[in-house]
Design a binder for this molecule. Structure first.
Ligand SMILES: NC(=O)c1ccc[n+]([C@@H]2O[C@H](COP(=O)([O-])OP(=O)(O)OC[C@H]3O[C@@H](n4cnc5c(N)ncnc54)[C@H](OP(=O)(O)O)[C@@H]3O)[C@@H](O)[C@H]2O)c1
Length: 269
């Protein structure tokens, strides 16, 4: 792997493909002349600032030009992707498509499965990744650095970790979104102006996220501190626990994992 490798993103105009492509360009991880992207129409929006990025309709042509192929189409669209990439590094962002199947179809053993999330758009994804065959030190550095252009990343030792984390971190941003929506709904029902309710909740959730993200902040200690204070916050937390918040979150994570596993199982036949 080298800094001059051509990177091709199949589905490079989609939500995640575009977020990754733009992050790599912004962070100068890839030169715009070394980025190729594809869509069914042959045009991908989001790259206007980098006119040297090449756009393809034909995925075989893209794969022929690229040293590294990123698969960022929806899982159900994978069947229509007919590329040969023997010896090339193939990085899939798809949920529920097993690495072995990707390897079989692309004719490459060098397959990595990664699971970024919607915060890639603002450079705040968390991306676990798994390599089907043991990656070389150069490949590891390349993949890790690629995903660090849009947030934090970690290699994980087994593919089942990716299926689990498809829910935990891939779908993860949707969980606080749902909690936020519940808070907004409550505030509006109690008579707050919707604009004030939305602004208040967004501000609280964004502020809390930054507070919790600090390296020296330990989440269980934060909860213990609120409980020990024994005031209104402790009352809220205790009532939420009694109402089954934790089982509800666990059920959500298990449902996402089960969906990822059943998608994989269906594809493995
Ligand atoms: N969004 C997330 O937060 C997220 C998080 C983790 C993982 N993922 C995974 O990332 C993948 C992409 O998700 P997404 O949310 O970015 O979906 P998306 O917004 O629908 O993007 C997929 C793109 O693939 C393109 N495409 C479909 N068939 C194609 C083909 N034959 N050749 C070239 N391009 C093709 C589509 O573009 P045209 O219709 O213009 O061709 C579309 O823009 C999925 O497999 C998903 O499981 C997504």
């Amino acid at each position: 792997m080298s800094g001059t490798d051509v990177i091709g993103i199949i589905g490079g105009g989609g939500w995640l493909g575009r977020a990754l492509g733009r992050a790599m360009l912004r962070q100068t991880f890839v030169d715009p002349r070394a980025l190729v992207v594809s869509s069914r129409s042959g045009h991908c929006s989001g790259y206007e600032e980098w006119p040297q990025v090449r756009m393809f309709r034909d995925n075989r042509a893209l794969a022929a030009q690229a040293d590294v192929v990123v698969l960022s189409v929806r899982p159900e669209d994978f069947d229509a992707i007919d590329i040969q990439a023997p010896g090339k590094l193939v990085i899939s962002l798809m949920a529920g498509v097993p690495a072995n199947l990707i390897s079989q179809r692309t004719k490459s053993r060098r397959v990595v499965r990664a699971m970024p999330n919607a915060a890639a758009e603002i450079g705040r994804s968390y991306t676990p990744w798994f390599s089907l065959v043991e990656a070389s030190a150069k490949e590891r550095t390349f993949v890790q650095s690629m995903f660090e252009t849009c947030g934090q990343a970690d290699e994980v030792p087994q593919e089942s970790d990716i299926d689990y984390m498809t829910g935990l971190t891939g779908s993860g941003p949707a969980l606080p979104a749902l909690v936020s929506q519940a808070m907004i709904n409550h505030a509006i029902a109690r008579g707050l102006a919707p604009s004030v309710a939305r602004r208040a909740v967004k501000s609280v959730v964004a502020g809390a996220s930054q507070l919790l993200a600090a390296d020296d902040v330990d989440i269980p200690s934060v909860i213990d501190t609120f409980l020990a204070y024994d005031g209104t916050t402790a009352a809220a937390l205790a009532a939420m626990q009694r109402s089954g918040l934790e089982p509800a979150i666990h059920a959500g994570l298990e449902a996402a994992e089960a969906r990822a596993m059943s998608m994989s199982a269906e594809r493995n036949g």
